[in-house]
Design a protein around this ligand. Structure first.
Ligand SMILES: NC(=O)c1ccc[n+]([C@@H]2O[C@H](COP(=O)([O-])OP(=O)(O)OC[C@H]3O[C@@H](n4cnc5c(N)ncnc54)[C@H](O)[C@@H]3O)[C@@H](O)[C@H]2O)c1
Length: 334
């Protein structure tokens, strides 16, 4: 197994530390954070780890072949670029970077250096997402008409990236994964209440060329914690509720049937309300699945499911959504 280092063990990075420490079996060798207190926490809780406040200590070590970045997004570009230049594979937390231009440079650098670049789009490693995709692929939902996602809570208020850039990568990456097609147009609106210019809430809509539509609501200023995706298909409807400890997916045998032979309009459209099924979904932590995938890809030299190219697609949608938001919700073509 290859040796790894992690940079940034704040609120989220400490979860990556836990997961990689357990999966990499002694091969997570160095932990970096500019905050000494975070390093003291790592030392106290994980035996055998070396720690440093200097990112350069990771870059100059030839025995470290891969770097995991969970630093603030504004630092991702420079830190990932340096890691690739130093010949290392990189896992970068979402959002990959804060612009398409930076994303393109990183993807190009990784391709050129033949290094693996994986983005932390955790939702596509979630067992319930994988199950939901199998329902769609097997035609159980019929044609997917539309989807809507909500990712809201009263939570960490960020001071650089807005709620759209912070939260929506999860939902955009999941929707692209489920539908396997790219939107042609995006509209978004949002408002900044707590800090000027940093939207706390955003509503975005993706339009696909065949009429499929997806709506995403994100906010860190909301009374509820909601992590939900609803998929409405021509045959069945599915609800993925990630706030549930188990029973994350419910499948509704509901829809509206059309008849060939009818005399009145009422007969032409008949509402069908059948069973509600809660399928058995493999129970494993999405973060573990995601980290395991990165370790597999760096070992086998395989392209990750959320590689730099997928990262770039999400950035293009985010950038278009931001443009729409700044233009008061005007449609932006992709
Ligand atoms: N996948 C998810 O569900 C999820 C959830 C939350 C956050 N995130 C992502 O994780 C990343 C980190 O977010 P967070 O909430 O943990 O932020 P945070 O501010 O809590 O932690 C960032 C850490 O990075 C350290 N740091 C900053 N600059 C550094 C540098 N140059 N070198 C070394 N250490 C440095 C800070 O000291 C801090 O400990 C972000 O990209 C965020 O979007 C992902």
């Amino acid at each position: 197994m290859k040796n790894l280092a992690i940079a940034g063990i704040g609120a989220w990075g400490k979860n990556l530390l836990r997961s990689f420490y357990s999966l990499a079996q002694g091969h997570l060798v160095l932990v970096c954070d500019s905050d000494e207190n975070k390093l003291a926490y790592a030392k106290a809780n994980y035996g055998g780890l070396e720690t440093t406040v200097k990112y350069d200590d990771i870059l100059k070590r030839d025995d470290i072949e891969a770097v995991v970045l969970a630093t603030p997004p504004a630092e991702h570009f420079e830190m990932a670029r340096l890691a690739i230049e130093a010949g290392k594979d990189v896992f970068v937390e979402k959002p990959l970077v804060l612009s398409v231009a930076e994303g393109e440079k990183l993807v190009e650098a990784a391709e050129k250096a033949n290094r693996i670049l994986m983005v932390g789009y955790i939702m596509i490693y979630h067992p319930a997402s994988i199950f939901l995709k199998s329902l769609i692929d097997d035609g159980k939902l019929g044609k997917v008409y539309y989807l809507y996602a909500s990712r809201v809570n009263l939570g960490k208020v960020r001071d650089v990236e807005n709620a759209l850039w912070s939260f929506a990568p999860h939902d955009i990456s999941l929707i692209l994964y489920l539908l396997e097609k790219d939107p042609v147009q995006v509209t978004a609106t949002g408002s900044a209440y707590l800090q000027p210019g940093i939207e706390d809430v955003a509503f975005m809509t993706l339009h696909f060329g065949d009429g499929t539509m997806a709506h995403i609501h994100v906010s860190w200023l909301d009374p509820h914690k909601d992590r939900k995706l609803v998929v409405v298909g021509s045959k069945r409807m599915a609800v993925f509720d990630d706030t549930q400890a188990s029973e994350k997916i419910r499948l509704y045998d509901k829809g509206v049937n059309t008849k060939q032979d009818y005399e009145t309009y009422g007969e032409y459209l008949s509402v069908r309300t059948g069973d509600i099924v809660i399928p058995q979904v493999k129970s494993s932590e999405p973060l573990t699945e995601e980290c395991r995938h990165f370790l597999h890809c760096i070992e086998k030299r395989e392209r990750p499911r959320s590689d730099g190219g997928e990262g770039l697609k999400v950035l293009e949608i985010l950038e278009a959504a931001q443009k729409s938001l700044e233009a008061g919700g005007a449609p932006v073509n992709l």
